[in-house]
Design a binder for this molecule. Structure first.
Ligand code: 6GU
Length: 228
């Protein structure tokens, strides 16, 4: 999968993809991530990428021109399955959306800033708008990093069996059960007996019960959505 991210703050995206699973996915050739600095496409002599909004009001708006230029250029090179705009007023990101995106070939992601982007960009180029939660971030970059991480780890071959995405929280609308590792007792705090029993049928049953119990307590909304 190829992912192109358009941003005015490329430095914010240097870290998240250069370590751990995201790094390995790129090394294995399973994902290619390109960061494009929108400012490099500004024809303005001051390299401006924003302007005052028509009609007045506080806050700058990201201009259409440099964004259109880079989108047109990338679209001329290959077909994009989705051109996503990261914005707090977008559709709420859920595991099902990440699953859907993980089987695409080419995705473009535009990171919003200031008061947002000129509406004509959204009307004419954007195919999908996503938010990562009901709170406001300074820009779309951290949200884009969250989206890309959640998608790339689902690409077949990125995770090995031990870290398989199939057992993740949310994949079956359940939170994960508690986990333990050595030592079996620390400071008098014991690992549940059943996990040491070697009886895998009982262990599976215990894990399922705990997953349901935890979901009921912390995210009952997930159980409701199972019934739909
Ligand atoms: Cl996608 N962008 C911004 N700026 N804030 C957010 C968000 C996105 N999702 C949640 N808050």
């Amino acid at each position: 999968m190829r992912i192109d991210i358009l941003t005015i703050l490329p430095a914010l995206l240097e870290g998240p993809f250069s370590d751990s699973i995201m790094k390995r996915a790129q090394e294995k050739g399973l994902s290619e991530i390109y960061i494009h600095n929108i400012r490099n496409y500004s024809s303005d002599k001051h390299k401006n990428v924003d302007d005052y909004q028509y009609g007045g009001g506080a806050g700058m708006v990201m201009s259409i021109e440099p964004i259109a230029k880079i989108i047109e250029q990338l679209k001329a090179e290959r077909k994009y399955d989705e051109i996503i705009y990261m914005t707090p007023d977008g559709e709420l990101l859920e595991q099902s959306i990440s699953n859907e995106l993980s089987i695409k070939n080419n995705i473009m992601i535009l990171c919003g800033h200031y008061k947002g982007v000129d509406e004509r960009v959204r009307e004419h180029y954007i195919t999908r708008e996503l938010s990562i939660g009901s709170y406001v971030l300074s820009g779309g970059e951290l949200a884009a990093a969250v989206l890309v991480d959640s998608v790339v780890r689902l690409i077949p071959g990125v995770l090995n069996n031990e870290t398989s995405a199939l057992t993740d929280s949310f994949q079956d609308n359940l939170l994960s059960p508690p986990v333990y590792t050595r030592p079996p007792e620390y400071n008098g705090w014991k690992v549940p007996e059943v996990l040491l029993s070697g009886d895998f049928k009982s262990i599976d049953k215990w894990r399922e019960e705990k997953a349901i119990e935890r979901t009921k307590k912390r995210r009952p909304d997930l159980l409701d959505s199972n019934e739909n």
